[in-house]
Design a protein around this ligand. Structure first.
Ligand code: SF4
Length: 338
């Protein structure tokens, strides 16, 4: 299948530590084109790249078919001139997260749960990212800086679940992540700690023994919510990494985004659910795209999404059909569409 033009990169995709892979990631359009044998789109594509730079790690690129501009994995990281057009209902803060920020780095949108924006760093720049314009610089950078927020969580007994998000919380090195998780785990009324991460998919080497120790040793129930949109993202290395997470005792869920040209067909959604189950991951959510500036070309009509879910129900067991949800600005919970 693959295939990076550069042999050195091919070898590197399955080697090194996760930090090596972060260093070796392709960070510009020219690098992406060279690695995958692709042609340029033209001037607007450079403008799209300037708005949101390319970041794509080698283990992910190694799953892309060389020279295929329609590859569903490529589309997720490929800057397109279409990003420069945004209809009126698209914005830089589609979920109104700036209104939900209750303390530096902490968002509370839902009863009983708080979300910590632990970092602005990710192991990939997804072109449809709803936080591509988020003011990450306002978030704390160390456990010491998190202390005032942790004190607020400790003082609010209604908080039963803490979600570590970002960016991607697994870009934080293990010893710092361990310190933060341990501090949260000490708060007696916190019952669950949830990671929202795409790193086990992008760089499976990130599932280190130290991270598995964090999952296995916590008092709280640990939940790892990964983000895969297409079955081709889940190769053997990813499957092995996910299996280790499942063996640690953590619950493993997936959230996908319904994306035009990536997974907007019955076949691709069915394959994704089946592949997730074979990797011991429950297909939990299928999100309607958040209308963020730059992502309009990925939008799938809700009517089509509902039809796809109906068709999925006819060929998969109920537990393999994700909940089709939409997050609406100001709503107290996600809207379940199907
Ligand atoms: S991994 Fe998540 S937060 Fe990071 S760029 Fe992709 S969608 Fe955005």
């Amino acid at each position: 299948m693959t295939i990076l033009a550069n042999k050195t990169d091919l070898v590197r995709a399955g080697s090194g530590t996760w930090q090596d892979q972060m260093k070796w990631a392709i960070r510009d359009l020219r690098g992406l084109r060279d690695a995958l044998g692709l042609a340029a789109e033209g001037g607007l594509q450079l403008a799209a790249e300037a708005e949101f730079p390319v970041f794509a790690p080698l283990p992910y690129l190694a799953r892309i078919n060389s020279g295929d501009l329609g590859d569903p994995l490529l589309r997720q990281v490929w800057p397109s001139g279409n990003e420069m057009e945004s209809p009126g209902h698209f914005s830089t803060d589609p979920l109104g997260e700036s209104d939900a920020t209750t303390s530096s780095g902490m968002l509370q949108k839902y009863q009983g749960r708080v979300l910590l924006v632990t970092t602005g760093a990710c192991a990939v720049h997804c072109r449809y990212c709803f936080r591509r314009h988020f003011p990450y610089e306002q978030s704390p950078k160390s456990v010491v800086q998190w202390e005032p927020t942790l004190a607020k969580i400790a003082a609010d007994e209604s908080v039963e679940e803490v979600i570590l998000s970002g960016g991607d919380p697994l870009t934080i090195v293990d010893h710092s992540l361990d310190s933060l998780v341990s501090r949260i785990d000490e708060i007696a009324h916190v019952k669950r700690i949830r990671f929202h991460t795409r790193l086990p998919i992008m760089i499976p080497q990130r599932v280190t023994d130290a991270f598995l120790g964090i999952l296995a040793n916590a008092r709280s129930q640990m939940i790892v919510v990964i983000h895969a949109n297409h079955a081709n993202e889940l190769d053997l290395l990813v499957e092995q990494a996910l299996s280790k997470i499942a063996n640690s005792g953590a619950m493993l869920l997936n959230q996908a985004v319904l994306l035009r040209g990536v997974n907007d067909s019955l076949g691709s959604l069915k394959d994704l659910s089946e592949r997730l189950l074979s990797c011991r991951v429950l297909p939990y959510y299928l999100h309607q795209l958040d209308p963020v500036n730059g992502a309009a070309h990925f939008e799938v009509d809700v009517k089509q999404g509902l039809q796809l879910i109906t068709e999925l129900r006819s060929c998969l067991p109920g537990y393999a059909v994700p909940r089709y949800v939409q997050e609406l600005r100001g709503e107290p919970n996600k809207t379940v569409l199907a």
